[in-house]
Design a protein around this ligand. Structure first.
Ligand code: GDP
Length: 191
């Protein structure tokens, strides 16, 4: 597959049940323009490049994160790639996903409404034990904020998600977002 990897990527092929080397399929959801591609690019390549589109169709980007307890988590990141327009592909997109990031733009109430639609979709199609993050991106544009942190936090709690505000532009909270998902993943018991 077209695995772009990234700086600091650790290549290992351990089984999915190795308790020290976890692997998770992560799906991205959210309105077009909220910054999904930029979040992934910031995490995988450590850069912000608004001109580069990394939406990747049937393939995905992957990045391995090392945690303090010496566990590694390999994220297999699926960008929506316009799935919004192909409802029939939804089951394939959600299948096997252990984590989901639902993104909105803190300056856009419409994108927050759309995020709530995606959360419902996830609850319908996704696995019930999926780790779900609600992400308010473009936090650097706080002067134009129109979605309050408190509203988002309350919505997230009601829907069994964790909430974080990020900026792909300044890198604020991007690693924290992925670390938080990694920490919450269920650890397989060694057989
Ligand atoms: P996607 O359609 O959700 O994948 O959105 P993109 O990642 O393509 O980003 C859409 C636009 O938002 C681009 O022009 C980015 O430069 C801009 N953008 C993305 N993240 C941020 C951010 O954190 N802050 C600011 N100010 N702009 C951002």
């Amino acid at each position: 597959p077209n695995n772009a990897g990234g700086v600091g990527t650790i290549n290992n092929e351990n089984s999915a049940t190795d308790p020290k080397n976890l692997r998770v399929k992560l799906v991205l959801l959210g309105d077009s323009g909220v910054g999904k591609s930029c979040i992934v690019l910031r995490f995988v390549r450590g850069q912000f490049d608004p001109t580069s589109k990394v939406t990747v169709g049937a393939s995905f980007l992957s990045q391995t994160l090392a945690l303090e307890d010496s566990t590694t988590v390999k994220f297999e990141i699926w960008d929506t790639a316009g799935q919004e327009r192909y409802a029939a592909l939804a089951p394939l997109y959600y299948r096997g996903a252990g984590a989901a990031i639902v993104v909105y733009d803190i300056t856009s109430p419409e994108s927050f409404n759309k995020a709530q639609y995606w959360v419902k979709e996830l609850q319908k199609h996704g696995s019930p034990d999926m780790i779900m993050a609600l992400v308010g991106n473009k936090a650097d544009l706080h002067d134009n904020r129109s979605v309050s942190s408190q509203d988002a936090q309350e919505y997230a709690e009601k829907n069994n998600m964790f909430f974080i505000e990020t900026s792909a532009k300044t890198a604020d909270n991007i690693n924290q977002l992925f670390e938080e998902i990694a920490k919450r993943l269920p650890r397989p018991t060694p057989s």
